[in-house]
Structure formats: C-alpha cells, structure tokens
Ligand binder design. Structure first.
Ligand SMILES: *[C@@H]1O[C@H](CO)[C@@H](O)[C@H](O)[C@H]1NC(C)=O
Ligand SMILES: *[C@@H]1O[C@H](CO)[C@@H](O)[C@H](O)[C@H]1NC(C)=O
Ligand SMILES: *[C@@H]1O[C@H](CO)[C@@H](O)[C@H](O)[C@H]1NC(C)=O
Ligand SMILES: *[C@@H]1O[C@H](CO)[C@@H](O)[C@H](O)[C@H]1NC(C)=O
Ligand SMILES: *[C@@H]1O[C@H](CO)[C@@H](O)[C@H](O)[C@H]1NC(C)=O
Ligand SMILES: *[C@@H]1O[C@H](CO)[C@@H](O)[C@H](O)[C@H]1NC(C)=O
Ligand SMILES: *[C@@H]1O[C@H](CO)[C@@H](O)[C@H](O)[C@H]1NC(C)=O
Length: 626
C-alpha cells in the first residue's frame, strides 16, 4: 500500500500537477489509524493500550507432584475483589470438604494443591496477603505491582500437609489489605480466585501421611488478619492444650519483616548508625534476625529466614514481570517440638504456651524495628494412648554474634560486619501409649555473616549476606525432618540521586535459594530447590504528585531454577525478563506440564525491542521502593 501511494505521488509530480491535498489524504490516514484491534505481543510498560494482552507476572515455582492417572477434582474456594475498603478487611467464606467422588475420600487424599490466581489493572503498590484455613495460615503471598494494561499471576502450592484442616468445615480467610487512593493514583484492585485440586490416591501414589491435629498459632480473630504483628521482644504467645496421646509435633512458621523491617538484611548495626546523617534515613538494629519458637518460654528451635524481596523491593523494575523467589509463595520453616511432648502432656488438659518471637540486634529494646508478621501451626500426630517420657538433653547455648566495623576519617566510607552462629540439640525419650519407647532428637547448626559497605553518606550501599545451616530431627534414629539451606544474597543499591526533584535510583541484586527440605511425616515430601537470580534495574523519578513518582525505568532479571522431589520428579526453568517484558523462557523436566512456559504473546519481538529504544518507558506507578 505504501509503495502504491508513492507511485501515485510520482505520477502527480511528473505531470506537474499539485500535491494531493490534506483533504484527499485524510481518508488514508484515518484508515491507517483505524487498524483492526487485535491482541498483540506485549509492549513496554509505557502503554495504556487496552488491546494489549495483560502481562503475565511470575514467581517461578515447581508444580506439585500429583498421581498421574488417578481421579481428581477442582473446587473454587474463594473469589473476591480486594479494592477500596479491603484494608484489614479479609474475605471470609465457609469451607466444606469436597464430597464429589472424583475428589477421593475425605482426609485420604494423595495431594491437595491450591491455585491462587490474581488479576489487577491500574497502579498499585506491592501488597502483602495471607490465606488461612480454620485460622491457620496456609499461604503468605505478595502482589505484583500491576500495569495499566492488566497483570495476571498464577501460583500453585502443595498444601497436602494441611489435610487435617481440609477434612473439616471451617472459615477460609484471605487478607489482601489494599488501598485505593485516587489522590495518589492508586487504583489497582486485586481480583482473586483460589481453586483447590484434590487428588485421590492411586496404587503408585498412596494417600499422604500427615498430621491428624493442627493447632493454629494465630490470633484466631474471625474478622481480622490472623497473623500476629509483633514489634517487641516478648513475641506472640498462643495458649495450647496438647492432646495427651501426641507422639509427634512440629511447628510450621510463617514470618516476614514489614515497614522498617522489610529490608532487615540491609539494616545498619546501631553501633554505626551515628556515622550517617539523619537525612539518609539509614535504618538501625542491624541486619541479623532470628525467629524463635519457644515452648513454655524455652527455645525449642529457631528460623533464620530467607529474605523474600517483594515486587516493589529495592528497585521495583527489577521484578516486573519476573519476581524474586518467594514473592508469591513465601517459604515456611519447621521446628520439631516432639522432644517437648513429655512436658506438654504431663498433666491432662493443662495450658502451655507456644511463642513466636523475633530477635534482632538493637542495642536497646526492642531489638528490632516495627514490625514482623508471624504465625504458624502445630502439626500433631496422635497415638493410641497417653504419652509420657522425659527430656534427656537441653543443650541450647546462647546465640554467638559479633559486630565489627570501621569508618574513614570523614565518614565517607563505613563498613560493618556481623557474624553469627547458633547450634542447639534437644533430646527426649518418649514412652508411647503402647509402652514403646522413642528417642526424639532435634538439632540445628546455623551460620550467618553480613558485610555491608557504604559510601556517599549511606546513599550507596553494598550488602553481602550468607545464611547457611542444617536443621535435623530424628525419631528413634530415623530422619523425620531435614532442612539444609544456603541463601546467599548480595545487594548493591544506589540512591545517590534519590533526594533530587528529578532523581533516580538503581540496584543490582544477586540472590540464591538452595534448599533441601524433607518435611515431616512423609519422606517422599522431600524437595530440593536451587534458584539463582540476578537482577538489575534503574528507576527515574519526578516529585509529582507530592510523592516521588517513577517516570520511566529499566530492569533486567535472569533466573535459573532447578527442582527435584522425593519421587524423582523434576522441574527446570531458565527464564529472563527485561524492561517489563519476557525475553526467554525454557521449561523442562517431568513436571513441566504442571507449570508450562509462557504463551508466545508474552514475548517481545526484535522489532519491539527497537521500538523500546526510541520510545522511553514510562511507568505510572508511585514506586518508592526501598
Ligand atoms: C490457575 O488458575 C488460573 C485461573 O483460573 C488458570 O488460568 C490457570 O491455568 C491455573 N493454573 C493451573 C496450573 O492450574
Ligand atoms: C474484577 O473485579 C471487578 C469487581 O468485582 C469486576 O468488575 C471485573 O470485571 C473483574 N475483572 C476480571 C478480569 O475478573
Ligand atoms: C563521623 O561520625 C561520628 C559518629 O557519629 C561523628 O562523631 C563524627 O563527627 C563524624 N565525622 C565527620 C567528619 O562527620
Ligand atoms: C480434657 O478436656 C476435654 C475437652 O475439654 C474433655 O472432654 C476431657 O474430659 C478432659 N479430660 C480431663 C481428664 O479432664
Ligand atoms: C552479581 O553477580 C555477577 C556475576 O557473578 C557479578 O558480576 C556482580 O558483580 C554481582 N553483583 C552483586 C551486587 O554482587
Ligand atoms: C549511582 O548512580 C548515579 C546515577 O545513575 C551514577 O551517576 C553513579 O555513578 C552511581 N554510583 C555508583 C557507585 O555506581
Ligand atoms: C528517563 O527519563 C529521564 C529524564 O527525562 C532520562 O534522563 C532517562 O534517560 C530516561 N530513561 C530511560 C530508560 O528512558
């Protein structure tokens, strides 16, 4: 068409007749403008074009292993829109166990998995959310920062170990505290659908062995978010009455830092805070955090959490559309409290306490900043009669922790180093209802180091952290829980121009999650994950409308993900995203179909990459980051 038009022009010129008038060309221009609306491949975040397919945002996850040829059923558990007024107002719906025969016998499922699917269009911060069944938290999730053309994210999680809760009716609660504020341009609501898939057992995939009783460690509120928001050194205390026939008991812990604790691993030791001017906004209380599980005020075990970076974290453009590992399904942690059973059941129907506490490095209390969200549940297996016994070893030395550091004469550079080590070993002899004896042993051996370097009054920071360790529980010599992990994290963040009216900030983050986790009750529920991520991004800002506001951004994230479970099922994914679009996605392994590659419409063509360079990206988000 274009060449034909040129031909006509040439013809007009050679005959010396005047150029076509604007009026003559108007129908052509209008015709071009009126191109048919069809779904195109993704274009950058600059676009407001509603014909563009919604962006698929993703936290890479391995889908659960499920029986290959058995029966299964899917049930929609919850559909809810979290918009204006949803802050601190969870959706609560009744849950009842599925009765359809394809689902399998209640409580005798091979697997239970949840699919949490969210759609959002507009502008919104990353918001934290949590799902609870009968007041036990079963999923902690954070949101994408959506786009003007819509963003979708789907995550599937194995929740088989909550079978005891899924076997009885109870409230299903989802908190997704969102704020709609037109004056801040925050208009993104979250449309959520949660479906559950129940798989009946087969010959080769029998019913899962799970706890038979689950006690929530939560505030039990019927209407408010059930996790505890804590900011003191006392922690969150739950009174529990243990079944006298308990023979195994494990605490699963959910925990995340919030507000001044969101980036706890970049916080500065109090000893060095005074080296920075107040204007830099350096946060104190140091980078080390320990989440403790206490039974009747005695430490039963600890968690040194993996740092989940949310989609608005440090530099938001790093995480769109590929998030940091854990953003949509935060890891949880296990402590075997079986060695405490003799103390918990010594007198029937007496109340004991289980406490979730966070310990930081603050020189004066509280030891950490406000606040942490903690919750969990106790997964108990009961036997045939009353259990007794005694604790035979309680070897829980103090946490070893040392902080060092230094400054140059002018405070132009500051460095700090925090090193911590914790080991513990708790053993008991349990006498079961049938007279059988079991020696229960729980041990942990954990190491931590964090080296931070600051220049430019703290506006530029390098933080290099290593968290490694092994948690091990054996019952009568048999391994019942193992968590061996290595979470290196390295963050370079540059806020040197942040305070300027038209400023910018940027970061580079390397984060690895290597973890072999054998969950309690069922050795086949063993999962080994190796996720390696590298992300870098740059956000430019103006100061309108009163808040620093992102005007454009770049971001590039790559991830290599590998997974194998106790059944030998595998999942591998190599994925890369750049400037709000997908660049590469290769998926293989036996579980590939459970979480397949992104559809072709999510990828940008070479042509579109060239377009990007000509047209600067604009974000519409009030991204503050950090
Ligand atoms: C999860 O649910 C969403 C929305 O219902 C659906 O599009 C997606 O395919 C589901 N994913 C899986 C793995 O079932
Ligand atoms: C999201 O929820 C709103 C309000 O319920 C509804 O109007 C809209 O159609 C929903 N969007 C999608 C894509 O489900
Ligand atoms: C460096 O920080 C220390 C600790 O606050 C302070 O005493 C000292 O005056 C600072 N030096 C300079 C040159 O700012
Ligand atoms: C313990 O409490 C349960 C439930 O309240 C009650 O059924 C049981 O009789 C009590 N047992 C004893 C020994 O008090
Ligand atoms: C991240 O890893 C890359 C490749 O090893 C390295 O070049 C880069 O310096 C690292 N960045 C940070 C912030 O550690
Ligand atoms: C920090 O960012 C600014 C603005 O992009 C840049 O000029 C400066 O070189 C960066 N500093 C470092 C240490 O990378
Ligand atoms: C973003 O905008 C700023 C200010 O106009 C400009 O300096 C910068 O180069 C832009 N960045 C991109 C990626 O377009």
């Amino acid at each position: 068409m274009f060449y034909a038009l040129l031909g006509i022009l040439t013809a007009f010129c050679t005959t010396g007749i005047a150029q076509p008038s604007p009026e003559e060309l108007a129908p052509l221009i209008a015709g071009l403008e009126n191109r048919p609306h069809e779904i195109e491949a993704r274009v950058p975040l600059s676009t407001d074009d509603p014909t563009v397919v919604p962006l698929i945002s993703m936290q890479v996850f391995a889908p659960p292993s499920t029986p290959r040829n058995g029966k299964s059923c899917s049930v929609t558990l919850l559909q809810h829109t979290f918009g204006d007024g949803s802050y601190n107002t969870p959706a609560v719906v009744p849950y009842t166990p599925p009765t359809n025969s394809d689902c399998g016998e209640i409580g005798k499922w091979a697997t239970i998995s949840l699919n949490l699917s969210v759609y959002s269009i507009g502008t919104q911060y990353d918001r934290l959310s949590a799902v609870y069944l009968s007041h036990s938290e079963i999923w902690r999730h954070s949101s994408a920062e959506p786009t003007k053309t819509g963003t979708i994210w789907n995550t599937v999680k194995d929740v088989t170990h909550f079978a005891a809760l899924f076997s009885k009716p109870g409230p299903l609660m989802m908190d997704f505290s969102n704020i709609i504020a037109p004056d801040l341009l925050l208009d993104g609501v979250f449309n959520v659908t949660i479906t559950a898939t129940f798989n009946a057992p087969t010959k080769s995939f029998p019913a899962a062995v799970t706890s038979d009783t689950i006690i929530p460690l939560s505030n039990l509120s019927p209407t408010l978010p059930n996790f505890f928001a804590i900011s003191d050194d006392i922690g969150a205390v739950t009174n529990v009455i243990f079944p006298s026939s308990a023979i195994e008991a494990y605490v699963e812990v959910f925990c995340s830092g919030n507000s001044a604790e969101e980036f706890w691993y970049l916080n500065t030791p109090d000893e060095f805070v005074a080296n920075f001017p107040a204007s830099t906004g350096v946060t104190g209380k140091g980078p080390f955090r320990e989440v403790q599980v206490l039974v009747d005020d005695k430490i039963a075990g600890v968690v040194w959490p993996y740092a989940v970076i949310y989609t608005g974290g440090i530099t938001p453009s790093n995480w769109r559309p590929l998030t940091s590992y854990g953003a949509y399904d935060q890891p949880t942690y296990w402590v075997d409290i079986t060695p405490f059973i003799p103390l918990l059941v010594d007198k029937t129907n007496t109340t004991h306490t289980v406490t979730l506490r966070v310990v930081g490095q603050g020189l004066s209390p509280p030891s950490y900043n406000s606040n942490w969200f903690v919750s969990g549940s106790i997964h108990i297996r009961t036997g045939t009669g009353p259990t007794s016994g005694k604790m035979t070893k309680y070897d829980v030395p103090r946490l070893e922790i040392a902080t060092t550091g230094g400054t140059s004469d002018s405070n132009a550079t500051v460095w700090t180093k925090v090193v911590a080590h914790r080991r513990l070993n708790i053993e008991s002899e349990l006498i079961m209802g049938d007279g059988g004896k079991v020696k229960a042993s729980f041990s942990q051996n954990l190491d931590y180091s964090n080296v931070a370097r600051y220049i430019d009054d703290g506006w530029i920071q390098w933080g290099v952290q290593s968290t490694t360790g092994t948690t091990l529980a054996t019952h009568q010599g048999k391994q019942v829980l193992r968590d061996a992990f290595d979470y290196p994290l390295s963050v370079f963040s540059n806020y040197s121009l942040y305070s300027q009216e038209f400023g910018s900030y940027n970061s580079e983050i390397n984060q690895t999650h290597i973890r072999a986790l054998q969950q309690p009750f069922d050795a086949s529920r063993q999962r080994t994950i190796r996720s390696i991520q590298q992300a870098r991004g740059h956000v430019w800002m103006d100061n309108w409308p009163g808040l620093r506001h992102a005007i454009n951004a770049t971001g590039a994230t790559e991830q290599s993900f590998a997974y194998i479970d106790g059944r030998g099922e595998t999942y591998f994914r190599e994925v890369a995203a750049k400037d709000d679009g997908w660049k590469k996605d290769r998926v293989w392994g036996s579980l590939r179909n459970g979480n397949p590659p992104l559809p072709p419409t999510q990828f940008r063509t070479v042509h579109m990459e060239l377009e990007d360079r000509r047209r600067p990206l604009r974000t519409h988000n009030n991204l503050i980051g950090r």
